[in-house]
Ligand binder design. Sequence first.
Ligand SMILES: C[S@@+](CC[C@H](N)C(=O)[O-])C[C@H]1O[C@@H](n2cnc3c(N)ncnc32)[C@H](O)[C@@H]1O
Length: 258
Amino acid sequence: MRLLILKPKKKFVKELDREVVLAKLKKMYVDDISKDFSTKYGIISKKDLKKKSGSVVKSSMGKEFVILDPDFIDLYKRIKRTSQIMTLKDIGYIAAAAGINKKSKVVDAGTGPGGNAIYLAHICKEVYSYDINEENVNVARENAKALGMKNLKIRNKSIFSGIEEKDIDLVVLDLPTPWNAVKSVEKSLKTGGYLVVYNPQITQTAEFVNTISENKKFIHEKTTELIERNWKIDGKVVRPRSGGIGHTGFLSFVRKVQ
Ligand SMILES: C[S@@+](CC[C@H](N)C(=O)[O-])C[C@H]1O[C@@H](n2cnc3c(N)ncnc32)[C@H](O)[C@@H]1O
């Protein structure tokens, strides 16, 4: 597979006294490089599709593309989705705040299409992911296979009925009633390990935090929300972009202390 990036192009227009955008940055994935690739910006020949990563190639309409070998993140962004996956800003913060690394063992539920599980498997030693929905499990397994994740095991069972793995460094829960998983997590998480609950609703977040706060084995460290704001920077136009990612979910960090 190859990744084609249409090079953005600007031109200074004297009458307007500013640059105007002639072509916006665009990414395209080419699965079959044995034939010419057609885009609305012209055709890229199969000969050009085979050029080495970093080559600049021209379409039949004269548009310039950079050709790259896709990286993990390029393939990750193409995973099949059956439900909402957690965003990179939330996954990245969980990984950083829980301090996980290539020696870490992680449990995740529900798997969904595998957004969080696959990304964490990219960073950690082992990830075990639980989901009750067979369709999601099948899609997540397909996605994990497409990304070559050999350290991710997906189990088609409810996390409420127990976690098979012990001495776990981090458990991430993204399901509607996380308080029902506390007993399972208690037995599986190592002392000092983190339980992180992701939930889009503040009412469910509060119910979880109030439940866990009564359990002496855990300390609720914080509940937080991350807002990602992108900026438009174009000559003298420097301002936050409208749109972008607003609210995704609340993250509750809980540490097992006994
Ligand atoms: C929003 S999706 C999770 C998305 C996932 N975190 C990701 O990043 O791709 C919620 C999932 O929780 C699963 N689920 C609900 N209750 C569950 C339970 N008791 N045990 C395991 N999975 C459960 C659902 O089947 C659904 O697939």
